[in-house]
Design a protein around this ligand. Structure first.
Ligand code: MD3
Ligand code: FE
Length: 213
């Protein structure tokens, strides 16, 4: 594993961390996850405005957003079923790069069709900010932007390609970030144009029984 690049303090970047065979295997596992937990269209609290990104989750908890608010919950908002298990190769990535003995509790699956974007935001719906967030990208490349802990802080842009991993910790854990655009025809991995981003997260504070050997 080569050394990561630090994009802003606490934002570590491993281009091409997952090789093509690993990306293909993971894409196939995600097809099975999405067959059981279909993509849904999240909506902005209060206004009900739909996101351009569609979402699902795997693991014990999943992030959802509807007119009543943002939250983590153990079941799919439309099927009412528990989220499918996280594919084991995601836990391998977490163990290799996240630097914590705690297991991730949630994996948010973001689907970007061409033209979808995600405005600058902070991720603050978790109760645990000391654990990192790990992001893995598949399919078409995206222009990712990350700044500081205020909306006005200067930002840097990175092109995230299929197989790239980011780990956000320390000051970057509460940094403003977003996806400006998807670059069409930049990958042959998926059967349709677009991009998948997976984010592995700790949601609840870790019990001491979880970190003892
Ligand atoms: C920095 N996802 O799901 S991944 C998100 O590509 C999200 O779908 C983007 O922002 C995507 O919330 C960006 C990189 C990322 C993920 C989580 C972060 C950067 C982050 C959490 C805190 C700070
Ligand atoms: Fe985010």
């Amino acid at each position: 594993m080569s050394a990561p690049v630090e994009i802003v303090p606490g934002c570590l970047y491993w281009p091409g961390w997952l090789d093509r065979a690993g990306q293909e295997a993971l894409a196939e596992e995600l097809r099975e996850v999405l067959a059981r937990a279909p993509l849904f269209t999240p909506r902005m609290p209060k206004t009900g405005q739909p996101f351009s990104v569609r979402m699902s989750n795997c693991g014990p908890l999943g992030w959802v957003s509807d007119t009543t608010g943002y939250r983590y919950q153990p079941t799919h908002p439309e099927t009412g079923e528990p989220w499918p298990a996280m594919p084991a190769r995601l836990l391998v990535a977490w163990d290799a790069l996240a630097g914590t003995a705690l297991r991730p509790e949630a994996c948010l699956i973001n689907w970007y069709a061409p033209g979808a974007r995600m405005g600058l935001h902070q991720d603050r719906d978790e109760e645990e900010f000391s654990a990192p967030v790990l992001s893995l990208s598949l399919g078409d490349s995206a222009v990712f932007r990350i700044g500081g802990t205020t909306r006005r802080a200067p930002t840097r842009s990175v092109r995230l390609a299929s197989g790239d991993v980011l780990v956000l910790s320390g000051p970057a854990r509460l940094a403003f970030h977003g996806i400006d655009r998807i670059l069409p025809d930049s990958s042959t991995l998926l059967r349709q144009p677009g991009r998948i981003n997976l984010t592995l997260r700790r949601v609840r504070p870790g019990a001491s029984s979880e970190i003892l050997p």
